[in-house]
Design a binder for this molecule. Structure first.
Ligand code: ATP
Length: 233
């Protein structure tokens, strides 16, 4: 469904990705791993149309999206839960969900604000609260709900558990397991390798803007040498 081939991009004269490849099939969950600064967020930004690639291609559902504006990429069926959540301080929880609601491609049971309130009971309780009044964990749940209400085919999560208390982090992993059952493809960037192994089918490790390893959760779990070599764990 998503094919990234030979992708090069960066910021001004500083190149970050040097021929990145990535494939995600329908309903597949892929973990993207690598040390800080290796280019994970940059890859996500280029897929979302927020940075222009200088070479290579990005194809989603058979369509080249590498030159599309971010709103058009979103309309193709890709939703991002960005690093740092980026919820709107002056919109209520319900307003976030109604403003971003989109029908999606059909097929699967659509995510509606009401269905999302079942998935996130805490958000249901706070539906009239402004984004700025929520705790970090609640904002993270809202960022995930806001992405799901667009009914994407591919959901990308960039460090969704970062900076959260352990119990809240566990809630996020539980939500991802539920979302997985709903059949969305996902690209998940996260530092908690063991938990990522529990959710993802396959993993790609990136180093200095290139893929250096890819394999199944079982393979990653069994090879702690990889963790040490590429993840510093
Ligand atoms: N807006 C920017 N302008 C210039 N350089 C940037 C910008 N954003 C990121 N970089 C640089 O690009 C490189 C890759 O950053 P990126 O955020 O993609 O890494 P990452 O793998 O997601 O790591 P992290 O876990 O730290 O977010 C880093 O050297 C970073 O300093």
């Amino acid at each position: 469904m998503l094919q990234v081939r030979g992708l090069c991009c960066g910021y001004g004269r500083s190149q970050v990705l040097f021929g990145m490849d990535l494939d995600i099939g329908p309903g597949e969950i892929v973990g993207l791993l690598g040390r800080n600064g290796m280019g994970k967020t940059t890859l996500v930004r280029s897929v979302m149309g927020l940075i222009r690639p200088t070479a290579g291609e990005i194809v989603f559902g058979g369509r080249p999206i590498g030159a599309m504006a971010p709103h058009r990429v979103a309309r193709q069926g890709i939703a991002l839960v960005p690093e740092g959540r980026q919820v709107f301080g002056n919109l209520s929880v319900l307003e976030h969900l109604t403003a971003f609601r989109r029908a999606g491609a059909g097929g699967a049971q659509p995510w509606t604000p009401e269905r999302l309130f079942e998935l996130f009971p805490r958000l249901a309780e706070r539906r009239s609260h402004m984004g700025g009044q929520l705790s970090g964990g609640e904002q993270q749940m809202l960022a995930i709900a806001r992405a799901l209400v667009t009914n994407p085919q591919l959901l990308i999560l960039d460090e969704a558990t970062e900076g959260l208390a352990p119990l809240v982090r566990e809630e996020v992993w539980k939500v991802l397991a539920r979302v997985r059952q709903a059949g969305h493809a996902m690209l998940v960037i996260d530092k908690y390798v063991q938990r990522l192994i529990g959710v993802a089918d396959r993993h790609v490790i990136i180093e200095k803007g290139r893929p250096v390893w890819s394999g199944t959760s079982q393979q990653l779990d069994a090879d702690r040498g990889l963790w040490a070599r590429y993840l510093g764990l």
